[in-house]
Structures are given as C-alpha cells and as structure tokens.
Write a protein that binds this ligand. Sequence first.
Ligand SMILES: C[S@@+](CC[C@H](N)C(=O)[O-])C[C@H]1O[C@@H](n2cnc3c(N)ncnc32)[C@H](O)[C@@H]1O
Length: 469
Amino acid sequence: MKSLPIFLDLKGRTALLVGGGAMALPKARLLRAAGAELRIVAQEPDPEFRSWAAEQRTALAERPFRENDLEGVRIVIAAGPDDLCRAVAEAATARQIPVNVVDRPELSSFLMPAIVDRDDVVVAISTHGSAPVLARRLRRTLESQLPARLGPLAAFARRYRRALAAAVTDPTARRRFWEAFFDGPIARDLLSGDDARAGARMLTEINAPGWREAPRGRVALVGAGPGDPELLTLKALRLLQDAEVVVYDKLVGPEILDYARRDAERIYVGKAPGRHSHGQAEIAEILLREARAGKRVVRLKGGDPFVFGRGGEELEALLRQGVEVELVPGITAATGCAAVAGIPLTHRDHASAVTFVSGQGKDGPPDLDWAALATRRHTLAVYMGVASSARLSRELIAHGRDPRTPVAVIERGSLPEERKVFGTLRGLGALIADEKIEAPALIVIGEVVRLAAEAPRDLAGDLALAAAE
Ligand SMILES: C[S@@+](CC[C@H](N)C(=O)[O-])C[C@H]1O[C@@H](n2cnc3c(N)ncnc32)[C@H](O)[C@@H]1O
C-alpha cells in the first residue's frame, strides 16, 4: 500500500481553499459537503466560482494568499498557478498542515481520492496519481453497482446498534446477526425504500430468541480452480469472504487467499519444507474441531475438490460426524489448463472422448487400463504425471497409440508463471526432462492439441491428415 486511506472529520473545522477557478470549484463543493468551515482565498475568481460562493454564503477573499491564512486551519487545498501552489504547499508543510495541490501529487502531503458518496457510506479510490482516469472509471463502475439507498441502510443499522448490543451480548452472535441482516429481507426492504416494514421486522428479529443460542458450525468444501482468482466461482468467492476459518493446501496461492476476510483464521495443511504433510485424518480432525466450535469453515482445495482432490474422503469424515457440509465445485486443472493453452478437450472431428487420468497411484505407479486409454480420437488429461511421463508414453505406444500423437504440457496453468510446451507422445519423457517441467503440471495427449494456436507448425501440419485417417 503506497499510503494509508483515512477519513477525516471536518465538521466545524476550518479548511482553506486557495484558488477560484474551474479546478477549485469541485473541491469547494466537496469541502462544503464534508461540513467544513470554508475559508477561500482567490485573487481573481471565475464568475461561476464567485456566484457559487455567494449562493453558499461563503466568504471569498479576493486577494493574494498570505501565510496567516493558514492560522487555525485543519487542511489546505490549492488549485491554480504553479508558483502560487508551490508557495501554499511550502507554507502548509512548514506548519505541518496537510496540503493537497490539485493534479500535483509531488507537492501534496495527501491525495484526494475519487469518491462514491452514499451519506454514511463513502468509497474512496486512489491510484496515487498514476492514473486518475482509471480511478474515475472505477468510481463509475461502483456508482452503477452500489445501491442508491446504501446510505439509509447504514444509517438504519447505526440507529439499532445500541439496542442490539443490549439484546445480544455475545459478539460472535452479534456479528452473525448483522451478517444475516445485510443479506436478508430487512436490508432488502430498506434498499427498496420500505423503511416502515424494515423497522417492524427489525424489532421482531431483535427480540427473537435464536440469536442467543450457540451458532452451529458448518464446512464448505470449495474448489479454488487452477490458480487464477478470476476462475473462482461466484459461490466460492461468497463463501470465502464469509468464512471465519480457511483451511487450505499447497495448490491454493496467496492471490486467492487474499479474497478471504482479513480476520479469518488461515490454516495451512499442505506440505512445507522440513515438515511432514498433514494426513487426511489430521485434516478431518482440524475441520471437525473448527466446525464444532461453531465456526463457518471453508476447506479450500486447488481445482475441483472431487477431481483427484481427496475431497471425497474429507466429505465422508465430516458427514460421519454429523457436520453440515456444502459442496462447491471448482474449475479443474484439465479444463483450466486446456483453456489457457487454447486446446478444446473434445472436438467433433478429432476427439469424441476425454479421460482424466492420474499419473500417480495410491502407493506408486497407477494401475490403468492402457488399452482403453490408447484408443484414437480420445483426449487424455493427465494429472500428477510429471514423474511418470516416460512410462506413460511407453505404455500408450505399446498399447497402440500413435507415437506422433501431439502432447502439450502446461505448468502452473493460469498463474503468472505459466509455461506451455508442445511435442509428441514419443518424446514426452524427454520434453518434460529437457524443459525441466515441475509440478503442478498437466499433460494433454491427443489430436486436439494440434488446434492450439501456439502448437508448433509441424504438429499443426499433421492435423488434416490425422482427421482424415
Ligand atoms: C492433487 S492433484 C489436484 C487436482 C485438483 N483437484 C484439480 O481438480 O485440478 C494435483 C495435480 O493437478 C494438476 N494441477 C493443478 N493445478 C494446476 C495448474 N495450475 N497447472 C497445471 N496443473 C495443475 C497437476 O497435475 C497437479 O500435479
């Protein structure tokens, strides 16, 4: 973070504005809206500025800036000629008064954000002067997405805070009340303007006994996708933002964990250097412990929890103990990596079947039906296949797959470090060794690989031939 966003209470405090042109007018309006006592100094104000000041009954000193204008001032904004702004900035800085010079971040000790204003709710956006147009675009997006009556909603919550604190003394139960409130019918009534019905419902809710009971914990088994946070489902995002505890493993990166609530407890259960990896029993134990403590737990797993993710084992353990479980699928590595490589896993001309295969068995090499996997017009998406790639290639060829079948290997697909390499089934082991491919990587085997825009020309050249065969 380049600077700390804070909200300053200016009600009844003096704010000095130096300047009376088109750039100063929006700042004058803003300071006025924040409840500041405005002191304005402008040697030659625009007529529009002058009439605004008269309308607002704001004193406008039509003379040059003087250092003693800074007396008793809480903040200063300057907009005007360069030498004037520089003088104002220097004088304010010498007196340690926060100063902003419009469009001159280098002269400013604080920056003015782009603002979405909904009374009690204010959203401030800053790019630290790097891209004001981007800040304005973000503001426009937020303006269009945030409900107009957000302010009254927040004001309503403020009015009931005390009453609720008296009725529900447990802070966790109170937080849950507010979460249900903002998701539920009372908030909807307020947003649609039915304040009377919201008030009546609120009284009923506050007096309902349910809030005093210990909350019941639950676990959501959530697929996080292959790594790019934009590949999270909306449901995964919502649950992640709502979770009190997030239990995650190695394939879930910080980019995704950033979407969890700041105060959520994060428990890592993957392998760490020099540490044993958590066994399934241990992970189930952690999930049970947290759910029994009444927490909302998200068990976040890379890809889809039920595709080579051992989600099934965790689900069984939780259900056996009577814990409420919600399942949220994720984009699995096969579909995620195929998409980033531009490979359609099936295609009416080239592949009428796709099989997800694990390159690793429970206790060593996988026990696979090689003859079934070696059939033509059949795409294989191989997970955990880096170490066994040479064997994979040998077995498939021995069982009849064409050695010229194209292959793609996608390492860390959808992440910034993503790599894609292409070759043929015959050379798969050597390709992985030469390119020093490391897990996590997904291997795609099949004629469809030729369709990838980045596939080398000699692979693409065989495409028509293969389709015709
Ligand atoms: C234990 S499996 C978990 C699979 C996960 N449940 C899924 O649905 O994608 C781990 C394997 O998934 C594949 N994988 C997961 N994320 C990947 C990524 N971003 N890029 C390439 N392969 C990935 C790799 O083959 C890795 O060895």
